[in-house]
Ligand binder design. Sequence first.
Ligand SMILES: Cc1ncc(C[n+]2csc(CCOP(=O)(O)OP(=O)(O)O)c2C)c(N)n1
Ligand code: SF4
Ligand SMILES: [Mg+2]
Length: 345
Amino acid sequence: MSSSDQTVKKSYTADDYSTENTANLCPGCGHLLIVRALRQALAELQIPPEKINLIAGIGCSGKTVAEINSNGLHTLHGCAAPVAMGAQLANPEQENILISGDGDSWAIGSGKMIALLRTNLDLLYICENNGTYGLTRGQLSPTTKMDSPTRCGTVSDIPPVDGIGIALVSGATYVARGFSGRQKLLIEQIKAGILHRGLAYLEVFSPCRTFNDHEESHHSYRYCQRHATDFPRISVVDVEADYPTDRQLDPEFKFEGKKTNFGLKFDNLNEIPGYDPTDRNLALKTWEDYWTEQVIPLGLLYIDDSARAHHQRFYGESDSYIADLRPEETRPSQSDFSTILEQFK
Ligand SMILES: Cc1ncc(C[n+]2csc(CCOP(=O)(O)OP(=O)(O)O)c2C)c(N)n1
Ligand code: SF4
Ligand SMILES: [Mg+2]
């Protein structure tokens, strides 16, 4: 190899994020389409696989870890949030992506997810919402709608949890709603969520082909296709491009990202009169209106790039991270430890 060849940066394609493992997801599963969009988004951002930490809970959704060529950790049910928080704080240079199902997020994991959302840690949290417990064969989940029976006919008699509403009130600084069946939008939502400097919550409507894609389901492909409506539809644009200098609601916005600034192009903002995705109160009010109707808005609801990411508060001016510490610096020496123990005798 010549010296000039050695300086050529590797160019990643979506295939570079594939693995030889297959996680045995059912054909047609919405989660597989999220895997496809994630690989494409990572390739478009040219993120080296070794820079990515994929951290997942338990569920079919969690099997994404096996499908993406990256560092990966399949944690315990409902416990992906504390692991992702630790990983991100220890080394904010890594791209941490948390993958969790609707059950993993909003049943067993709900307290931990809210604790995560309020931190503004710099990571992307993808909630793969199929309105059921896919892995354990189709039970009701916290997001099952009351008028949406399971395949066996069981009906929920309590209202569903609203993950988007929780994310908005808990402090997430990027909140978006996607659908496995809208790949182009999903790829852009994932890219923007990764580039965003702070906590990005992306909830993806991701039908369970085997247990919750039947005629009466409100989480089927057909239901989502019929009831989807456009919210601010985004695409990430060239960071080098020329942007308007003021922050008025122009079709193109420039945002301060984690490592670089990035631009968002809103394809349809003029179709939603008065909507401003940087106004959280407006996003909440608008989302509430949608939530009570039978429509599924897809797009970007809210973004705030002015808040400091949590690791910036945590480390202040320091330029070294916990991950840089030598093992002996992470724990007291034997003699210091003995001194500490003496105090408790
Ligand atoms: C502590 C604990 N409780 C219950 C389970 C059983 N369990 C495994 S996955 C799952 C729900 C998965 O649903 P969801 O998070 O929506 O993921 P999906 O399979 O639908 O993608 C449950 C209840 C478990 N593994 N661990
Ligand atoms: S059971 Fe449902 S969620 Fe799980 S892999 Fe099959 S289609 Fe996907
Ligand atoms: Mg589920």
